[in-house]
Design a protein around this ligand. Structure first.
Ligand code: IPE
Ligand code: IPE
Ligand code: MG
Length: 237
């Protein structure tokens, strides 16, 4: 039997919560509630399958433009989810990390994030990265500014700015690049997610709405990945 290629790092743009709710005549917030339950299940599935890193897009820097009621609901989710599931993270040996801009989030949210990150930091199973108030262009800009300032203050030589060094200045420092990027809900775009880290990722788009994303959907994506031929500019082996 051919060897099974499992992606080391899977990233998911969890899209379609609003559409899922609308189809049922429900408020969008209930779509986010169902979507957050899907995330718990999918994280467990990925961890059971031996995936080492799972990064999920939960709130983008652009999502602030949504109605206040929806933004407020989404801002309440980290606290609601973490207080409910922190024991599960420990039991499943999952290390949690939030990536994104924390300044705008407020003390209530950042203190619970800090606490659960600290509590799970020695777990050595899957790493779950939650992109919350995340935007890739700003992430890259901040890295560039920090490097420019180190050069200006003579702490860094221009020739030391390698791809590896640049990567280490991103939120995903120490995490390998994304192997497989999944987007649900039939939207074929990246929406400012992990632009640097997906440079050579395999892309997978599905019509399934995020709240409906099941074990079968995950396995279809992993199966598709397994059949891809990753060439990195070379030729087929
Ligand atoms: C994704 O679902 C969740 C977030 C962006 C927070 P959407 O809320 O974007 O759902 P659609 O795209 O409107 O269906
Ligand atoms: C991307 O989805 C952000 C998240 C899934 C958190 P959006 O629904 O915000 O993206 P656009 O607006 O359709 O590009
Ligand atoms: Mg959307």
């Amino acid at each position: 039997m051919a060897e099974i290629k499992l992606p080391k790092h899977v990233a998911i743009i969890m899209d379609g919560n609003g559409t899922w709710a609308k189809k049922r005549g429900l408020p969008r917030t209930l779509g986010h509630k169902k979507g957050s339950e899907t995330l718990v299940e999918v994280a467990k599935m990925c961890s059971r399958r031996g995936i080492k890193y799972l990064t999920v897009y939960a709130f983008s820097t652009e999502n602030w433009s949504r109605p206040k009621e929806e933004v407020d609901y989404l801002m309440g989710l980290p606290q609601a989810m973490l207080s409910r599931y922190e024991d599960d993270l420990m039991r499943d040996n999952i290390k949690l990390k939030f990536i994104g801009f924390r300044e705008k989030l407020g003390k209530n949210i950042t203190s619970i994030i800090d606490r659960v990150e600290e509590k799970t930091k020695n777990n050595d199973g899957m790493v779950l990265l939650v992109a919350f108030n995340y935007g890739a262009r700003d992430e890259i800009l901040e890295a560039a500014k920090s490097i420019a300032s180190d050069v200006k203050n003579n702490k860094l030589e221009i020739d030391d700015i390698t791809k590896e060094y640049f990567s280490s200045k991103l939120f995903t420092s120490g995490v390998p690049d994304v192997d497989l990027l999944i987007r649900t809900s039939n939207q074929i775009r990246i929406s400012n997610f992990l632009l640097w880290q997906i440079s050579y990722s395999e892309l997978y788009f599905t019509n399934t709405l995020w709240p409906d994303f099941s074990e079968k959907d995950l396995d279809e994506a992993l199966f598709a990945y397994n059949n891809r031929d990753r060439r990195y500019g070379g030729i087929k082996k």
